[in-house]
Write a protein that binds this ligand. Structure first.
Ligand SMILES: *Cc1c(COP(=O)(O)O)cnc(C)c1O
Length: 415
């Protein structure tokens, strides 16, 4: 089918929930994509941080092909080898204790929220269920993860949203301290009678949920000091620290998970996007303290730990070894230094870590620039209201980077 036919069928048969760019993609090689007519694009998006090891990756394709011939799915009523191997790889490389496999980021975050509420319920009973998240965060599109998302524009139409979420500004420890103090009202014990002693653990709040670099919100990194203080504050109040690594995880920022650069051990993390190289997979990992909270019957998902997705993920993790992660850091610095070196008035700031890079703009509409980039053969994302965002495949070559940056420079110079 040609591009016109494909767009016509989309308009006729598919719910129009996406503001798609005017590009039809048929195939890819490395970090380069092609339309059915052979138009070439350098990819600075990797399908929003998903295609971590690029396109046409033979070893990855073979791993999933061989697994598909053996066993494609069997449900979590039975044991299989791919997910246990993947669990071992993830725990040994993260220092977390164990993993629950899901299929996407929003679903993973739902599991993380359930775990946090059950941890608190098991220990303190009802009434200690509020989860604090940050202004400008993004946590997903389910009714509950929309409630967790700290952007007002997402809190519309679908009322009632799940209760028990409050938002505080990022990088402002005082705001969280004030909230904890103002909420210290007293939870009720498990039988619903005696009020628990009003102590520091008793603020009605069970968890704080953060992204270390807010992705959709604008590529906004949290300050290291803030994260350290937040972690201490959580620990002293027995409030769980939940880290949404759906976008920052799986090597995107130069370490397997971003928290590994912040000197903290989270209670629970979620991951998804990059884990299986393009197959739908997500999950959560808990530290020792939280590893036994979810018990048989309390949480499940039909496709979780699917053998094909797990086989793909094992290949992704094997390719994202230490030297590949060092390359992620170097390529990120190269892109950042190059863009800064242009000294263009339209560029306000280049920020991020590894290959998660935002360019905030002066007096320009990110979407309009992204459209021009695409016309000129570069796929690029936007973030927040003022930024372009780059999430290239982690395996992108310097040649492809240079090609993409040349197109970007031309567009930014004219902006
Ligand atoms: C993309 C994203 C999600 C949602 O993931 P889905 O797979 O679309 O459900 C959640 N949190 C963050 C930080 C994300 O970037």
């Amino acid at each position: 089918m040609n591009s016109l036919d494909i767009k016509a069928l989309d308009a006729q048969n598919v719910m129009q929930t996406y503001g798609r760019f005017d590009a039809v993609i048929e195939r890819g090689e490395g970090a380069t994509l092609y339309s059915p007519e052979g138009k070439e694009y350098v990819d600075f998006t990797s399908g929003i941080g998903v295609n971590s090891i690029g396109y046409g990756n033979k070893k990855w394709a073979e791993a999933i092909y061989e697994q598909a011939l053996k066993l494609q799915h069997i449900s979590n009523l039975y044991y299989t080898e791919p997910y246990v191997k993947l669990g071992k790889e993830l725990t040994s490389r993260s220092g977390m204790k164990n993993v629950f496999f899901a299929n996407a980021g929003g679903e993973a975050n739902e599991g993380m929220i359930k775990l946090a509420r059950k941890y608190s319920f098991d220990k303190y009973g009802m009434g200690r269920s509020t989860i604090v998240s940050l202004v400008q965060s993004f946590h997903g599109r389910t009714i509950t993860t929309l409630a967790a998302t700290g952007q007002e524009s997402f809190h519309n139409y679908f009322f009632p949203f799940t209760e028990g979420f409050v938002h505080v500004p990022a990088n402002d420890i005082k705001a969280l301290e004030t909230l904890l103090a103002s909420q210290a009202m007293g939870a009720v014990s498990i039988d619903g009678t005696a009020a628990l002693k009003a102590d520091t653990t008793n603020s009605g709040i069970c968890a704080v949920m953060i992204e270390l670099i807010q992705g959709e919100g604008g590529v906004l990194p949290l300050d290291k000091d803030y994260v350290l203080e937040l972690s201490k504050l959580c620990e002293s109040h027995d409030i769980l620290l939940l880290i949404d690594e759906v976008q920052t995880g799986i090597g995107r920022t130069g370490t397997l998970f971003a928290y590994q650069q912040y000197g903290i051990i989270p209670d629970v993390i979620s991951f998804a996007k990059g884990i299986a190289g393009g197959l739908p997979m997500g999950g959560i990992m808990a530290n020792e303290k939280c590893s036994q909270v979810l018990t048989p019957g309390t949480h499940a998902t039909t496709f979780g730990g699917n053998p094909i997705a797990a086989a793909g993920a094992l290949e992704v993790l094997s390719q994202l070894n230490d030297s590949a992660l060092e390359e992620v850091v170097k390529k990120g610095e190269y892109i950042t230094n190059t863009v800064n070196g242009w000294n263009l008035p339209v560029v306000a700031e280049v920020r991020g870590r590894g290959l998660m890079i935002g360019i905030s703009l002066n007096n320009a509409v990110p979407r309009e620039l992204a459209v021009k980039c695409i016309e000129n053969g570069l796929l690029i994302l936007t973030a927040g209201s003022d930024a372009l965002r780059m999430l290239p495949p982690l395996t992108i070559s310097y040649e492809e980077i240079d090609k993409g940056l040349k197109i970007l420079k031309g567009i930014l110079e004219d902006a």
